[in-house]
Design a binder for this molecule. Structure first.
Ligand code: UD1
Length: 417
């Protein structure tokens, strides 16, 4: 079992190149299954979730190769439309392969994606949409058998909530389905635009991504292409948070500033200084960090739930009281316990956290409870006085590509043991 040992309190300063986005790479890897010919996906982060996605592709009969942040997927033949139970459990977002498998083969057998540390994570919106598209779903002992006796066809689908995964899954199923699909109240996240751009480059006919209505006209065939995955906006937020808690100054290269407005605005409220061009952010922490009176997580373009944990860490060191409301997931303050161990003053009640800023955090033995919560503790360790031993870091490896070497390059004292 690996852990990070961090000696905190060092000012971080220097350049960071932002990795590719996990939440783009996963649906795009799934989409590669829809194509004949080879897809070459550049800027793909090397993460355990990406390896799990490649294993799902391989188990379906695709040839998958990863080298130097480039993944090649050859999906000429799909031999197996059952997603192995172990891989469903390995990665919560494995359900994203259902849409692609249905689109390509008309069938899919899969288990329920493993229980989730963020609270219940139902897939009812996905399943209802597929039923409208002609999919028959039988469930027995947690295994879903999905078939399309009369073929997969387009449909009008209104999502009760703009679910990111459901929007992506419907897009994946509909690009090769017969006729037109219209998704209303679709999620608008930048990663959905990235998926649409990849699909279009492969020959798909779709429009409206990035707005609440997405229209897809099914085509007969898609052909693989070379595509560069967009930069990760949550990882960007994490490194900004690390600079903020250490009084640091960093320059983030290969960032996608257009997708970061909601996040940069919050850092400015905290009294950090950001200047940016399309792909570069120059960031420095203010001398005194200010609290944020009221911050609410929202679907894009609101403040992202995935950035909530690392911003909570920053607010622990602000000069005053901040209130955060988590509206997307029911159980997303599990990092608060670890932060309190490190000297933070946080009270949580349901979906609300009240954070009274303290002058200093101190190192402590803490454990990552989930991906972004783990990142929040990593950031806290960098900004705390003394030694932090962070365990259960496999959660962090799901979303951060070699974070320790990147942080060491800008002055952090962190070792993986
Ligand atoms: C994606 C992101 C995750 C991010 C989340 C919200 C990926 C791989 N993961 O997750 O990092 O935190 O978006 O921005 O891109 N819901 C239902 N029924 C459904 C589907 C969702 O009730 O069928 C609920 C969920 O329980 C949750 C909310 O909708 O409360 C948001 O979920 P969703 O947008 O679907 O998140 P994911 O796609 O799972």
């Amino acid at each position: 079992m690996q852990k990070f040992v961090i000696h905190g309190g060092r000012r971080l300063e220097g350049d960071i190149t932002v990795q590719g986005a996990k939440n783009s790479a996963l649906p795009i890897l799934s989409a590669a299954m829809l194509c004949t010919g080879e897809s070459v996906l550049e800027n793909c982060p090397e993460l355990s979730d990406v390896y799990a996605a490649c294993q799902i592709l391989t188990s379906a009969g695709c040839h998958c190769r990863m080298q130097n942040h480039t993944v090649s997927v050859q999906a000429d033949v799909i031999r197996n439309s059952e997603i192995p139970e172990s891989l469903m459990q390995e990665m919560r977002s494995s359900v994203i392969f259902l849409g692609a498998m249905l689109g390509r083969t008309g069938n899919c057998i899969l288990g329920y994606p493993g229980g989730c540390e963020l609270g219940a994570r139902p897939i009812d919106l996905h399943l209802q949409a597929f039923q409208k598209m002609g999919v028959k779903i039988q469930e027995e002992n947690g295994i879903f058998t999905c078939t399309t006796p009369n073929g997969l066809h387009g449909a009008k689908i209104h999502l009760q909530f703009p679910s990111v995964g459901a929007t992506e899954n419907i897009m994946l199923a509909s690009v090769l389905a017969k006729g037109e699909t219209v998704i209303t109240n679709a999620a608008r996240e930048p990663e959905i635009v990235d998926l649409a751009n990849y699909l279009r480059k492969c020959g798909a006919n779709l429009a409206g991504e990035g707005s609440s209505t997405i229209m897809i006209q099914g085509v007969r065939k898609l052909t693989g292409c070379t595509y560069r995955i967009m930069p990760d906006r949550i990882v960007t937020a994490t490194w900004l948070a690390a600079a903020a808690v250490t009084g640091g100054a960093v320059r983030l290269l290969q960032a996608d500033t257009a997708s970061l407005e909601g996040i940069l605005d919050v850092f400015e409220q905290i009294n950090c200084h950001c200047s940016y061009t399309e792909n570069t952010i120059c960031f420095s922490a203010g001398n005194v960090l200010r609290p944020v009176r009221s911050l609410k997580t929202m679907p894009y373009p609101g403040f992202p739930t995935d950035a909530q944990a690392v911003v909570t860490t920053v607010l622990c060191k602000a000069n005053g009281t901040s209130v955060i409301e988590e509206t997307i997931f029911e159980n997303r303050f599990r990092h608060a316990d670890g932060l309190v161990r490190m000297g933070a003053d946080i009270q949580t009640a349901g979906r609300i956290a009240v954070i009274h800023g303290v002058r200093q955090l101190h190192g402590a033995p803490v454990s990552a409870t989930d991906l972004r919560g783990g990142a929040a503790l990593l950031v806290a360790g960098l900004g705390a006085q003394g030694e932090t031993v962070l365990t259960e870091i496999s959660h962090i490896d799901r979303g951060y590509d070699a974070p320790e070497s990147l942080l060491r390059n800008i002055g952090a004292d962190i070792r993986r043991i």
